[in-house]
Ligand binder design. Structure first.
Ligand SMILES: Nc1ncnc2c1ncn2[C@@H]1O[C@H](COP(=O)(O)OP(=O)(O)O)[C@@H](O)[C@H]1O
Ligand code: SF4
Ligand SMILES: [Mg+2]
Length: 387
């Protein structure tokens, strides 16, 4: 793209050039999503059969008037079967856009999955067999098969996900009707009540008959969790599930999620900006920064042997009893502009351990243990070879 003449402003010519380039890319990607495709085009294999989800080199962009926002810029991580994976990072680093890509809920035409694979172990109810689908390659018309039954999502603000004009019971039953062949009114209600009980609601019949506004925030989030469990999904994505709740209720919901992990035969992908939540819940941790994964490993590795200067900084900035809660991310400096990402480590301007070689290419992901990976020049061979 042409050099900007006025810092911070785009000329009319530049704006037109961006619009033209955007329109071309959007047209191509929309056509790909809306194509008719045989299953053979998106069936694939897992790299590791112990995983339920493998995100591999994912790029999800927003084509805006100012340019392309690379919200997810080459993200790779995996979710093993029956494990909880926590994804952590500052607000705006691409955690939600990654998970919305898995659900194929990215708002088009501006937002598009542009590159990469999202391999998911899909259970085919009709044949009873397991298949691996690449969600990124599935045509839009097939996506309904994934949601609810295979993957379900718990959002931050339950009030926006519940319909105010229907009772909780009607909304829970509806999920069974959509996804279960031959469901009756009685069987749907029985399942709804069972799930309400499972999420610790003491008077399920009463909640079943209530409208969303009659319940507290914590109760509504329990209802959302019950809803996400109705179809026995293999993967639950919980995006900031406790952020909108006050501290005591937060603790209760986390207890519930932890408890559920042992009761359900599935995996949880837990997204949060709060390292404390991750510490309580996760088996594996993925640390994201500016649209990329900068470190990932087991919870033990990330908490007891963090390698990336950003991960170390995050841990130092964990709130304590006497902090005000606003200083969770008190690492000085800003995340670079998402439209014009630099061609070097994105953390460089904020990094205390920056060296001469950090001005070079973006650091490659280096493996420091069978399960621990870090993208930082401090660990790349060139640096360690020279001491
Ligand atoms: N609809 C949109 N249009 C343009 N940019 C967007 C849109 N939605 C998200 N983004 C960009 O994607 C980045 C990642 O967002 P998100 O995944 O929601 O962050 P978080 O890590 O807080 O969940 C944001 O910084 C924002 O710049
Ligand atoms: S690559 Fe360099 S600048 Fe980036 S985090 Fe590592 S040490 Fe810091
Ligand atoms: Mg988010």
């Amino acid at each position: 793209m042409a050099e900007k003449k006025n810092k911070g402003y785009l000329s009319g010519r530049e704006i037109r050039a961006i619009a033209k380039a955007n329109a071309k890319e959007i047209k191509r990607l929309e056509a790909y999503k809306n194509r008719k495709a045989d299953e053979s085009e998106f069936i694939t294999e897992m790299k590791n059969d112990a995983n339920i989800l493998e995100i591999d080199g994912l790029h999800t962009y927003f084509f805006t008037e100012q340019g392309v926002v690379k919200a997810v810029n080459g993200v790779s991580y995996e979710v093993p079967k029956n494990a909880t994976v926590g994804v952590v990072g500052e607000s705006g680093c691409g955690k939600s856009v990654t998970s919305m890509s898995v659900m194929r809920l990215i708002q088009g035409p501006q937002g598009q999955i542009c590159e990469g694979s999202i391999r998911f172990k899909f259970h085919d109810d009709e044949t009873g067999e397991d298949k691996v689908y690449d969600i990124a390659k599935m045509p839009q018309s097939e996506i309904y098969r994934l949601r609810g039954k295979q993957i379900s999502m718990i959002f931050q603000e339950p009030m926006t996900s519940l319909n105010p004009v229907f009772t909780i019971g009607e909304q829970l039953d509806e999920v069974t009707f959509i996804h279960t062949k031959g469901a009756t009114k009685e069987s749907a209600k029985a399942r709804s009540l069972e799930m309400l009980e499972l999420v610790g609601i003491a008077m399920p019949e009463r909640v079943y008959k209530s409208f969303p506004h009659e319940l507290s925030g914590g109760m509504r989030q329990r209802v959302m969790i019950a809803m996400s469990l109705i179809c026995n999904p293999r993967l639950i994505i919980a995006d900031e599930p406790t952020t909108a709740l006050d501290v005591t209720i937060q603790a209760q919901i986390l207890d519930l999620l932890r408890d559920l992990k042992t009761k359900i035969d599935g995996s949880i992908l837990l997204i949060t900006h709060d390292l404390g939540v991750i510490a309580e819940m996760a088996d594996y941790v993925v640390v994201m920064y500016a649209g990329r994964v900068i470190e990932r490993g087991t919870a033990d590795e990330i908490f007891h042997d963090p390698r990336h200067p950003y991960t170390k900084g995050l841990q130092k900035s964990k709130p304590t009893l006497d902090s005000d809660g606003e200083t969770l991310f008190n690492i000085p400096g800003n995340v670079p502009n998402p439209v014009n990402m630099p061609n070097h480590c994105y953390f460089k301007e904020r990094c205390h351990e920056c060296r001469a070689c950090c001005s070079g290419e973006y650091p490659k992901m280096v493996q420091v243990s069978p399960t621990h990976f870090v993208a930082c020049h401090l660990y790349s061979e060139e640096v360690s070879d020279n001491g």
